[in-house]
Design a binder for this molecule. Structure first.
Ligand code: FAD
Length: 412
């Protein structure tokens, strides 16, 4: 690959990391293209949530977060994993810390200083940035060479590269640049792509009453637990919090189970999530409390006084049970511990944190080169893997980019 021209298309974290590996190796010219006026807009948005770069849990646990793709992703992570992510940030002058949940963040919990320093280093290493260049595909009749077509401000332009690395992201938050339009282009060239689907997404419930939405949309359920079991017997149980929306639910606890819920809804048309409003109390304790004579007190003040249930937690009982709740302590206690929330649809992909589906790994070699399109490498979220939130997404994106960039260099 000496004196080769490498085109990287997509300037998110995966594309930038590939540019870093390639430019550092020397002897190649790296040109990076992106449709947007500036790079890594989704990465900057992630900074609003504190920029969870990676996770500090043991490597085996980390690698297991990628479900059916764990063994493939583990190979990338063995080359560039959570420790290397922290080392890389530190090399850019950004120290990281481990939060109480084990998640790793930059000390200032911001993405902009890291990105500024990163892009500055890449430019200094000779990477040429071509912003506002939307990749449109290959020139017809390019005879297997990589003559890429771009839509730019002053019309269409072409760029011939010796190798191409695509890092075009998924299809969530399309206004930040990743809109999944690459699916058609690659399918036309015979690349096998699993349908793009929302991952780490919210869900629509069968029904919230207008009264409940008016009072509680945007409010969190805190210190609750959820449980779900799909028809294959995959079980999920965890404590945490989530938020009520105008049409359903979203938030970290929901995202954590979202792949199971999404797949169950696709298979069965619906999924029932079970909510425990008081995970630190047993059903017997709850039953004793609700059965206690309440005299002239309303049920609401009884639940508040005896169990600390109020606000959204008390309202959701009425939402599910209606007036029956008042009459049966057994039903009431059982529902407090095991309240059904019937989900009917995942929220659309453009609202999701990330994307499942993408370029199938079976069509790629170990270095992430398309078997049927020599010289074309793929990295980042546009590959067919998914993971929960917790720093796994960014880490796997940059790890796959390092793998693909290594592959390009190894060609030489
Ligand atoms: C709100 C939010 C918060 C998040 N927080 C975190 C977090 O804290 N931790 C974490 O690990 N992950 C987080 N993520 C996920 C993480 O940001 C993504 O997984 C990651 O950015 C994907 O990197 P990528 O480089 O593969 O793709 P992207 O970051 O999506 O970059 C792809 C680039 O390709 C460009 N592009 C697309 N199509 C074309 C085209 N046809 N021509 C030219 N350019 C094109 C786009 O403009 C974009 O710049 C968050 C996501 C969201 C939406």
């Amino acid at each position: 690959m000496k004196n080769s021209r490498i085109a990287i298309v997509g300037g998110g974290p995966a594309g930038l990391m590939a540019a870093e590996v390639l430019s550092r190796a020397g002897g190649v010219q790296v040109d990076l293209f992106d449709a947007m006026p500036s790079a890594a807009r989704k990465f900057l948005l992630a900074g609003r949530g504190g920029l969870n770069l990676t996770h500090s849990e043991p490597f085996e646990h980390f690698a297991a977060r990628f479900g059916s793709r764990s063994s493939q992703v583990e190979r990338w992570l063995s080359r560039f994993g959570p420790d290397q992510v922290r080392g890389w940030a530190s090399g850019l002058g950004i120290e990281t810390f481990v939060g109480s949940s084990g998640r790793v963040f930059p000390r200032d919990m911001k993405a902009a200083p890291l990105l500024r320093s990163w892009i500055h280093r890449l430019r200094s290493a000779g990477v040429r940035f071509h912003m506002r260049h939307r990749w449109l595909g290959w020139s017809e009749g390019d005879g297997g060479r990589h003559v890429l077509r771009f839509g730019a401000a002053d019309g269409e332009t072409v760029f011939e590269a010796d190798a191409v690395l695509l890092a075009l992201g998924g299809a969530s938050w399309p206004r930040l640049g990743s809109d999944g339009t690459w699916v058609d282009i690659l399918q036309r060239r015979g690349v096998d792509i699993a349908p793009l689907q929302p991952a780490n997404c919210g869900f629509d419930v069968e029904r919230w009453t207008p009264h409940f939405i008016e009072r509680f949309a945007g409010q969190p359920f805190k210190s609750v637990a959820i449980a779900f079991e799909d028809r294959q017997g995959h079980r999920f149980e965890r404590k945490g919090e989530f938020v009520v929306t105008a049409t359903g639910i979203e938030g970290s606890l929901v995202y954590a189970v979202s792949s199971l819920l999404r797949d169950e809804i696709a298979a069965a048309g619906e999924a029932t999530l079970w909510l425990d409003l008081l995970p630190d109390k047993s059903t017997a304790q709850v039953l004793a409390a609700v059965s206690h004579p309440r005299g002239a007190r309303s049920l609401g003040s009884h639940l508040k006084g005896r169990l600390g249930l109020e606000g959204i937690k008390s309202a959701v009982l009425y939402e599910v049970l209606g007036s029956q709740a008042v009459h049966s302590p057994e039903t009431l206690a059982a529902t407090i511990k095991h309240l059904p929330i019937r989900l009917v649809a995942p929220r659309p992909i453009d609202e999701a944190i990330s994307t499942a589906g993408g370029v199938r790994l079976e069509g790629l070699d170990d270095r992430l080169m398309c078997r049927n399109l020599p010289g074309l490498y793929v990295a980042g979220e546009m590959l067919d893997w998914e993971a929960p939130t917790g720093g796994y997404l960014l880490t796997a994106c940059v790890a796959s980019a390092v793998m693909a960039a290594d592959g390009i260099l190894a060609e030489g």
